[in-house]
Ligand binder design. Structure first.
Ligand SMILES: Cc1cc2nc3c(=O)[nH]c(=O)nc-3n(C[C@H](O)[C@H](O)[C@H](O)COP(=O)(O)OP(=O)(O)OC[C@H]3O[C@@H](n4cnc5c(N)ncnc54)[C@H](O)[C@@H]3O)c2cc1C
Ligand code: FES
Length: 252
């Protein structure tokens, strides 16, 4: 894993939907290559632990992190002003592996949608299926289309796109793709994994766990995975966040 700590100049930090911010950082100065599905660990002044945020985009010398204000750390991030220097440990983790020649369905739920943008940019005409609670939380749909993706949208309450869940749209369209990548809340990942297992499509999912070091040194982010018939513990930060869906042992 090749990563670096660097101070990156904040270019903009705009609110793009209710409580969701689009942080753009200057990444033009000799950057390490970023793979889709990797994350950045952002230092927040006054906080001892960094905050992990997925890479939303890393094209054209700009590192883009799209995040939702959840607690104190992301609230402080949302108040950072253009020109500030942001301390970022990146790129971290193992991302999605994309085979050229395959068509992918990229499934995002809520704040799991952003990493699918850089992933879409690595794929040939992917099908991006995004799900949100309601219309006020919808983000990035034009960005996906600009990246060459076909987009399908659903909301829980039907206020934008089709009413229902990403798994409904996945079932309706799964014959049009060869493989699936997904990021979002655990119940959504579990449901996407089940649809793919039932219909025989390879599926990679990006997991989220509380993190401390972000580099495999502290064990905070351990998850149970199945390898060669045995259950073992792995680190979401170092071995993931992306895992093959059939390897993941879901809790409960
Ligand atoms: C690999 C990965 C990628 C992520 N990508 C994104 C993204 O692209 N956009 C986005 O909005 N959010 C993302 N998250 C979740 C984001 O890290 C948390 O929402 C954020 O750390 C909350 O910090 P806080 O101080 O605002 O909240 P608090 O709840 O006050 O945080 C307290 C502590 O818990 C940790 N923590 C809280 N919630 C989470 C969580 N869900 N996952 C990991 N650590 C957490 C914080 O880092 C902090 O150390 C990602 C998480 C992981 C693990
Ligand atoms: S966060 Fe420390 S091992 Fe993953």
């Amino acid at each position: 894993m090749k990563y670096d700590i660097r101070k990156l100049r904040l270019l903009s930090n705009a609110e793009i939907a209710q409580g969701i911010f689009d942080m753009r950082l200057d990444y033009s100065d000799n950057p390490l290559p970023v793979a889709c599905g990797q994350f950045a660990h952002v230092y927040v002044p006054g906080k001892s632990l960094r905050r992990p945020i997925s890479v939303c985009d890393a094209r054209d010398g700009v590192l883009r992190l799209v995040y939702q204000v959840k607690g104190e750390g992301t609230r402080i991030m949302s108040q950072m002003q253009p020109g500030a220097m942001v301390d970022v440990l990146a790129p971290l983790g193992n991302g999605f592996s994309i085979d050229s020649g395959k068509r992918y369905a990229l499934i995002g739920g809520g704040i799991g949608v952003p990493p699918m943008l850089y992933t879409a940019a690595q794929c040939d005409h992917p099908l991006v299926i995004s799900g949100f609670r309601n219309a006020s939380l919808v983000i990035l749909q034009d960005d996906f289309r600009r990246a060459g993706a076909e987009t399908l949208l659903c909301t829980d309450d039907g206020s934008a796109g089709q009413k229902g869940f990403v798994t409904d749209l996945l079932r309706e369209n799964i014959s049009a793709v060869d493989a699936v990548c997904a990021c979002g809340p655990t119940p959504m990942l579990r449901a996407v994994a089940a649809v793919c297992a039932e219909l025989g499509k390879p599926c990679q999912i990006s997991l989220e766990e509380r993190m401390a070091c972000g580099i495999g040194a502290c064990l905070v982010c351990a998850v149970r995975v199945r390898k060669d018939g045995e259950e073992i513990m792995q680190h979401v930060c170092k071995n993931g966040p992306v895992f093959n869906a059939e390897e993941v042992v879901f809790h409960g």
